[in-house]
Ligand binder design. Structure first.
Ligand code: PXG
Length: 438
């Protein structure tokens, strides 16, 4: 018989990516947020060291965004997204594509990073098919990659724990080797010097499968969830060259790197590499209303515009694609980013950020990685892998600092409004907690 949970039980909520029993034994709830800080249920202020989940690039509770959402809710709360539109969806699309380099001039709305990834993979497959190259059905991801939790993204993703429970996933998927772990790259500042040749792994997969079977390669320009793994110098350029050589589409998953994280609006500009498709989410609305967007090259968009003009060209979309509240939130977000120069602010903060993180090098620290305003401190594993990481995460929370943890790696990406004092507090707090670990 099912066990009846007590009233107001914490058990009713099956929480995402959470150790249910650990959490429910001592819940960590936030009740409000402002600027750089979140406030806990017991009234403590916690510095947001990771833009909550790499989302709140402008910090919390920003007036323009809050107002835009409020006003929109009282005007057009919702309307149909298929065969109908609303003005803000078009206004936002124009503003978004203006931020993108080159031919990335069309945008498709989704509700999350996972949906952006599924959308981009479907665009890639369908694009080849409408051009008469329907044999290009293979999708290539990368080891340690994170592309969300839906079947396509999970299949091209390369995080073992996220894959192993869920069956055989998509067929026809292969993975590039990841570029992490060369000891010569430990404590590199920014892009590590060694490992550009990992991009040549794509040539190996082309030799194995034949280019005529490969639709697209998807990579995060900087691997976020795996613990801020920065690409070796020249790696992404080489990947672009190999894709071009073989007619393979290159997809950048910029769910984390998009909207200023590296000091340019998108990582594409930072690395000087123009992909065919770009997936985004998170920072597009500063995390306030769920939204994602996929940017496509004009050649891809236009390839679909065939057949009778009243026939739907791409059988894909979501009930909430371009939701009015999300569009309003995104417009308020872009206003905030522009008015405060936030999309380039990480470039100014990057040297201070690098110094602060690398200053943590010490006995228990195996590696420090940084780029733009993101970074990671990888601790040497203690008695049991992951134990030290989780302990540090809890102690940091107690000490008033929010971070993310993956294994024994602590990841940081503070809001782009951070001041030097916030960065100092972050580094000091991590340094103090490191000293208390076994
Ligand atoms: N692609 C990338 C590159 C991501 O980082 C997704 C897709 C999926 O987005 P949604 O919106 O469906 O969750 C992500 C999400 C972390 C962490 O700290 C990272 C993400 C989400 C939650 C936690 O490792 N990235």
């Amino acid at each position: 018989m099912d066990r009846e949970p007590p009233k107001n039980s914490l058990d009713a909520y099956w929480m995402p990516f959470t150790a249910q029993r650990q959490f429910k034994g001592g819940p960590r709830n936030f009740v409000s947020a402002e600027g750089m800080y979140l406030t806990t249920a017991d009234g403590r202020r916690v510095l947001d060291g990771v833009s909550s989940m790499w989302c709140c690039n402008a910090g919390h509770n920003r007036p323009r965004i809050v107002e835009a959402i409020r006003a929109q809710a009282g005007e057009l709360d919702y309307g149909p997204s298929f065969q109908f539109g609303h003005p803000k969806a078009f206004e936002l699309a124009n503003r978004l594509v203006a931020m993108m380099p080159g031919g990335l001039k069309h945008v498709f709305y989704t509700n999350s990073g996972s949906e952006s990834v599924e959308t981009a993979l479907k665009m890639a497959l369908a694009y080849h098919r409408v051009r008469g190259e329907g044999s290009r059905t293979r999708l290539i991801g990368r080891e340690k990659g994170y592309h969300g939790v839906n079947f396509g993204g999970m299949s091209v993703g390369g995080m073992v724990a996220n894959r192993k429970m869920f069956g055989t996933l998509l067929t026809g998927v292969d993975h590039l080797r990841h570029s992490h772990g060369d000891p010569r790259n430990a404590f590199a500042r920014g892009e590590p010097a060694f490992g550009v040749e990992f991009a040549d792994d794509l040539e190996r997969l082309v030799a194995l499968h034949d280019a005529s079977t490969i639709a697209a390669v998807i990579v995060e320009p900087v691997q976020g969830s795996a613990g801020v793994i920065v690409p070796p110098q020249g790696y992404l350029k080489r990947l672009r060259e190999i894709c071009d050589r073989h007619g393979i589409l290159l997809i950048f998953d910029e769910v984390i790197t998009g909207f200023g994280r590296l000091g340019t609006p998108f990582a594409s500009q930072y690395f000087g590499v123009e992909p065919d498709l770009v997936t985004t989410a998170k920072g597009i609305t500063n995390g306030t209303v769920p939204m994602g967007a996929v940017f496509a090259q004009t050649k891809i968009y236009e390839a679909f515009l065939q057949g009778p003009p009243n026939a739907i060209e791409f059988f894909h979309g979501y009930t909430y694609s371009g939701h009015p509240l999300a569009c309003a939130a995104a417009l308020g977000t872009l206003d905030t980013y522009e008015e405060e120069g936030l999309l380039t602010r990480a470039a100014e903060l990057a040297p201070i950020w690098a110094d602060a993180l690398h200053g943590l090098r010490g006995p228990k620290v195996a590696d420090v990685r940084n780029i733009g305003l993101m970074g990671a401190v990888e601790m040497a594993p203690g008695a049991e892998p992951g134990k030290r990481g989780f302990e540090a995460f809890l102690k940091l929370h107690e000490a008033g600092l929010l971070c993310r943890v993956t294994g024994d790696t602590l990841a940081f990406a503070p809001p782009l409004i951070a001041e030097h004092s916030h960065i100092d507090f972050l580094a000091d707090t991590v340094g103090k907690v490191l000293k208390t670990l076994d």
